[in-house]
Design a protein around this ligand. Sequence first.
Ligand SMILES: NC(=O)C1=CN([C@@H]2O[C@H](COP(=O)(O)OP(=O)(O)OC[C@H]3O[C@@H](n4cnc5c(N)ncnc54)[C@H](OP(=O)(O)O)[C@@H]3O)[C@@H](O)[C@H]2O)C=CC1
Ligand SMILES: CC(=O)N[C@@H](CCC(=O)OP(=O)(O)O)C(=O)O
Length: 316
Amino acid sequence: MTYKVFVDGQEGTTGLQINEYLAKRADVTLLKIDSDKRKDLAERKRLINESDVTFLCLPDDAAMESVALVDNPNTCIIDASTAHRVNPAWTFGLPELAKDQRAKIRVSKRIANPGCHASAFILALKPLVAAGLLPVDTQIAANSITGYSGGGKKMIADYEAASASPTQLKAPRSYALGLAHKHLPEMCAYTGLTAAPIFQPIVGPFYKGLAVTAYLHPKQFTRPASPAEVQKILADYYAGEAFIRVAPLGLEANTDGGFFDVEACNDSNRVDLFVFGNDERMLLVARLDNLGKGASGAAVQAMNVHLGVEESLGLV
Ligand SMILES: NC(=O)C1=CN([C@@H]2O[C@H](COP(=O)(O)OP(=O)(O)OC[C@H]3O[C@@H](n4cnc5c(N)ncnc54)[C@H](OP(=O)(O)O)[C@@H]3O)[C@@H](O)[C@H]2O)C=CC1
Ligand SMILES: CC(=O)N[C@@H](CCC(=O)OP(=O)(O)O)C(=O)O
């Protein structure tokens, strides 16, 4: 049995990488669109409705346009854009979110893939909220360091152009300083936190790799908890998860001479979680490849869960 899969947006950053993952699979037949027709509505409609699964690797408005083209009730849409992530008619494509999430992904024909910063934030914070350690109305402060491929084709071209500015290439750049980043709604919806976090991303002059760091104030906890107890909550929550590794405590083992490597999950679908600090001040760090578990890898994982094939097929 082979599944027909179409990638709408096959020439974009996320789409290219999904194609790469799927090209090696014997159980998938990729439906390709001619390059010069890739924005042609009628051709996209034909391929979407011929597919068992269509990935939308498009800007939000084009993703919504594609959804309106679906008339085959058996076609499953997996949308990488921000358009449907907190829409209750859609299922959040994060299998590790909760015990029943895989069952929801399995039966849903509309799956919204999480944002890259949001995946890291949610996977780090959700277990602490679920354990009742963090009150739901706590306002979390967090930053995210990310490679420039997170900004798609345009940001990649800007960084790789001969005209890229020396400032851009030399130093990290903070952005979303209006503190209204587009991932805030999904961060709240899927952690259960009611207060939007103070979330501040930083893009650096490297291609990919991402780490979200959340600042934990133990005074905000509902009960006293040490870093070891926080680490245990995470380890218990993700026990048995193939793509989530909760690191044992320790500065030496988890840093390179005291420096944290944001690229160490690159070329994998893995998320690494760390707890740093002491009883008074803690950091929670989630690291992933923004194009792996932050985008294309996660999309393929969600497809595997939906189809009921081995969840890690084609992924490392
Ligand atoms: N990059 C990342 O790390 C992540 C991205 N995402 C999300 O995934 C989606 C895709 O992102 P990304 O791959 O980075 O974006 P890119 O800009 O790299 O690619 C988008 C692709 O969509 C094509 N496109 C634009 N408009 C249309 C249209 N109307 N019809 C058909 N094709 C169209 C573009 O065409 P053309 O080739 O002409 O430019 C381009 O190939 C976005 O919504 C993004 O927010 C989600 C998680 C992480
Ligand atoms: C460096 C950079 O610009 N990154 C993007 C996030 C990319 C991502 O996760 O995706 P969605 O666009 O699908 O939400 C940003 O912060 O907007």
